[in-house]
Design a protein around this ligand. Structure first.
Ligand code: FES
Ligand code: FE2
Length: 426
């Protein structure tokens, strides 16, 4: 009998079923199924977050002293970052090896050791199991078997690295050192904001986004939308595409910087360009209290906006004097937590500190700018329902993912997909 069943097409590794449509070659098309499928989300956990990547955990300043810890997350997996008495930072899963309860329940704290609340198993500051309650039983009865070895049980440990006060971790033994992963230009731009400074956290909050995490990462790397979606930016001349500035995209595509500087000469021309395209960039709205816009050139280079991202989900923001870290955490296919940490420096003058706090009203979940980014990902997630066989079009500014002087481009969004595809094999 002839075999009438054609051979099944090779499935992309890690997918449970064939994709609705193949992902075309190149960087200018993104199939919508990538934002919609459970098997893609599962694949990302192993290939992206626990794969060949470095992931932001916390600020070094949050765990300054031996015994300080921070309960954080890596791609949604609970992680403890701890400073031990040798001064080093250790990271391990916040998961008791007995029956899986969280080892630490608070987001921050100071500990001599960790004791799980469930059955009181205890751990040292490096995540080694050190105690099992009633290990030898009571009155010769019960207890753990002879063959049980505490040394054979510990939560999974991560590699850690610190860059200008930022703590990163990796589950991979083979990922290159963090300096290489970031590249010189990204290192330099992180150093521009954080180098040699003593950080002080001045506020934090979490924004729940109604969309896939990758839609937020696209958005934050999308210099094209900034002056179009965010009327506030253009009305108050904080960011227009014809300002001086540019984009840096790392070789891998995964890391990027978008920056701009106020250039008063270009402003008259900018107004004309936006008017000529009939873009809703000007309005009659004015602030009653314009002091929210006041800032100072604290880095001495006139750059008023620098958004820097590290693949997969880290952001360092400088918008005027509002400095923040954003950590992107997937919480399922259509939900994302965005953790914001606002900071200043120990040597801030009172006036500068006040400016930072005031400008925090521009960007943040209740701010003029970020509430829009918090919505627009949800508009896409809802818009692509029923379109898992269709693609997004990313052709603005060409087809590559290279650094450029213009921000009228989607080069850094293409860069994200370049790194993503290399990581996932999709
Ligand atoms: S689950 Fe932690 S001690 Fe039992
Ligand atoms: Fe935005």
């Amino acid at each position: 009998m002839p075999d009438h069943n054609p051979p099944a097409a090779a499935l992309p590794p890690g997918l449970a079923a064939p994709p609705e449509v193949p992902w075309p070659e190149g960087l200018t098309r993104v199939p919508y199924w990538v934002f919609q499928r459970e098997d893609v989300a599962a694949l990302e956990q192993t290939q992206v977050f626990r794969g060949e990547t470095w992931n932001y955990l916390c600020l070094e300043a949050e765990i300054a002293n031996p015994g300080d810890y921070r309960a954080t997350t890596l791609g949604g997996v609970p992680i403890l970052a701890v400073r031990d008495h040798d001064g080093e930072i250790y990271a391990f899963e916040n998961r008791c090896v007995h029956r899986g309860a969280l080892i630490a329940l608070e987001d921050f704290g100071h500990a001599r050791e960790f004791t799980c609340v469930y059955h009181a198993w205890s751990y040292d500051l490096q995540g080694n199991l050190k105690g099992v309650a009633f290990k030898d039983g009571i009155n010769g009865q019960g207890g753990m078997p002879e063959c049980f070895r505490m040394s054979e049980h510990s939560p999974r440990k991560l590699r850690t690295a610190v860059v200008h006060g930022l703590v990163f971790a990796s589950a991979s033994d083979t990922v290159p050192p963090i300096e290489e992963y970031l590249g010189d230009e990204i290192m330099e731009r992180i150093g521009r904001v954080l180098g040699g400074r003593e950080v002080e956290v001045i506020g934090r909050f979490t924004q729940e986004l109604p969309n896939n995490w990758k839609l937020y990462v696209e958005n934050l790397r999308d210099s094209y939308h900034a002056s179009l979606l965010h009327l506030f930016f253009t009305t108050f001349e904080l960011n227009k595409l014809n300002m001086k500035g540019g984009l840096i995209v790392s070789e891998s595509g995964g890391n990027h910087v978008s920056y701009s500087a106020i250039d008063r000469e270009a402003e008259a021309k900018a107004a004309n360009d936006y008017a000529a395209q009939n873009i809703r960039s000007e309005s009659d709205y004015r602030l009653k209290d314009p002091s929210v816009l006041e800032g100072e050139d604290e880095f001495g280079d006139g750059v008023t906006l620098q958004i820097l991202s590290v693949f997969p989900g880290f952001v360092l923001q400088q918008i005027q004097n509002a400095l923040a870290i954003r950590q992107v955490v997937p919480r399922g296919v259509g939900r994302t937590d965005l953790h914001w940490t606002y900071f200043g420096f120990k040597d801030d003058s009172p006036a500068l500190r006040k400016m930072r706090l005031k400008q925090g009203n521009l960007v943040g979940p209740a701010g003029y700018v970020s509430m829009e980014d918090g919505c627009v990902g949800g508009f896409v997630q809802r818009g692509v329902v029923g379109a898992s066989d269709r693609h997004a079009v990313l052709e603005m500014g060409g087809t590559d993912a290279a650094s450029t002087r213009t921000r009228a481009t989607e080069a850094s969004v293409r860069g994200f997909w370049k790194a993503y595809r290399a990581c996932t094999g999709l």
